[in-house]
Ligand binder design. Structure first.
Ligand SMILES: NC(=O)c1ccc[n+]([C@@H]2O[C@H](COP(=O)([O-])OP(=O)(O)OC[C@H]3O[C@@H](n4cnc5c(N)ncnc54)[C@H](OP(=O)(O)O)[C@@H]3O)[C@@H](O)[C@H]2O)c1
Length: 252
């Protein structure tokens, strides 16, 4: 049976990605029929490309809600524009967009594009929900991966509030099944830890503890991070800690 002929209620763009695959798992566990949009041919996906528009009309047809997790560092807003146009044509389903805490505070090109995309979606006339989240555990672990390789590990003098994609996925599932809510409050991880503490945890998890050297990094982007522009201290909503994530992914 192909996904097109099933009575699907929810489309997940980026459903093959880190967050999107967790959203698909949560929605299916909640008993929902889910359609995944991907550029790749795979079982159980509707093939389509949000850059070219190919296959997108087919993917959005007949759905009640779309959780938009697809992302492209260079074309974030263009992807959303294509999706919004297709969604209008398909009867205006509830569009849930995942963004990043601090997109309006940290002057990074990708963050600016995410902020512009938030505005595009908010002004689309569609019923929408916009959820900002802090950095995912996997991203923070990748950023600090040298903690397992170098004799002395240089880390930026700043903090992170990493969150588990399973926690974010649970929130997005609730939001997708609920009424459109516009921009909702931020979703952050359970702890705010310095990069040095996080690098220490990565080193310990790999059994290779190294000396860690926190460094001040020049530039306005780093200053915005050092000032905590990407943190949501009032919203420690995620439950899975960074160390729990590391132990769950010990062999990955
Ligand atoms: N990473 C973080 O720390 C973090 C923190 C907060 C919020 N977020 C946000 O969470 C969202 C998901 O991030 P992620 O890290 O889970 O992403 P990811 O793992 O890099 O996955 C990206 C997804 O986008 C899809 N995609 C890319 N270009 C596409 C196109 N032209 N047409 C259709 N699909 C396309 C890919 O699907 P195919 O390759 O299968 O086509 C893939 O499933 C993003 O909006 C990101 O900004 C991320």
């Amino acid at each position: 049976m192909t996904p097109e002929v099933v009575d699907v209620r929810i489309l997940v763009t980026g459903g093959t990605g880190q967050l999107g695959s967790a959203v698909v798992a949560w929605l299916r566990a909640a008993g929902e029929e889910v359609r995944v949009l991907s550029r790749r041919a795979a079982p159980d996906v509707v093939r389509g490309d949000l850059r070219t528009g190919r296959g997108v009309d087919n993917a959005v047809a007949g759905v009640d809600a779309i959780v938009h997790c697809a992302t492209d560092f260079l074309h974030e807003t263009a992807l959303a524009r294509t999706l919004v146009e297709a969604a209008r044509w398909a009867g205006a389903p509830h569009l849930v967009y995942v963004s990043i805490v601090g997109v309006d505070r940290v002057p990074l090109g990708y963050y600016r594009a995410k902020h512009e995309t938030e505005r595009l979606i908010a002004a689309s006339g569609l019923p929408v929900t916009i959820q900002r989240a802090t950095q995912f555990h996997g991203l923070v672990r990748r950023l600090l991966a040298s903690a397992t390789r170098l004799p002395v590990v240089p880390v930026p003098r700043m903090s992170f509030q990493p969150v588990d994609v399973r926690d974010v996925a649970a929130r997005l599932t609730d939001l997708a099944l609920d009424d459109p809510a516009g921009r909702v409050h931020d979703f952050g991880g359970p702890e705010i830890l310095t990069a040095a503490e996080l690098a220490q945890a990565v080193g310990e998890a790999s059994g290779r503890v190294r000396r860690i050297a926190p460094l001040k990094v020049p530039g306005e982007t780093f200053r915005a991070y050092a000032d905590g522009g990407h943190l949501a201290p009032e919203h420690r909503e995620g439950r899975i800690t960074f160390r729990e994530y590391l132990s769950d992914h010990a062999r990955m």
